[in-house]
Design a protein around this ligand. Structure first.
Ligand SMILES: [Zn+2]
Length: 77
């Protein structure tokens, strides 16, 4: 395990994850929200559009996408 800086709140923590344990539950809520949005509409012109619609920070969205935590997303670039 490494000493890391949380990618969400910036606090330091010990874990193999990108975020601290407080933020892990926030991530889970975000991802659940995203998946319910994507069930209705999974075509977006940009990550920014999805950010505006979901109210979720674009840095967090990019992190979820990079970690393959969001299924079912089509970005039309
Ligand atoms: Zn955190």
């Amino acid at each position: 395990m490494e000493f890391k800086k949380c990618m969400r709140c910036g606090c330091f923590f010990m874990s193999d994850n990108d975020v601290c344990c407080n933020c892990q539950s926030r991530d889970k809520m975000d991802i659940a929200k995203l998946n319910s949005i994507l069930d209705e509409n999974n075509n977006f012109n940009s990550v920014q559009d999805l950010s505006i619609l979901s109210g979720i920070n674009i840095n967090n969205l990019n992190r979820y996408i990079a970690n393959n935590q969001i299924s079912n997303l089509n970005i039309n670039l």
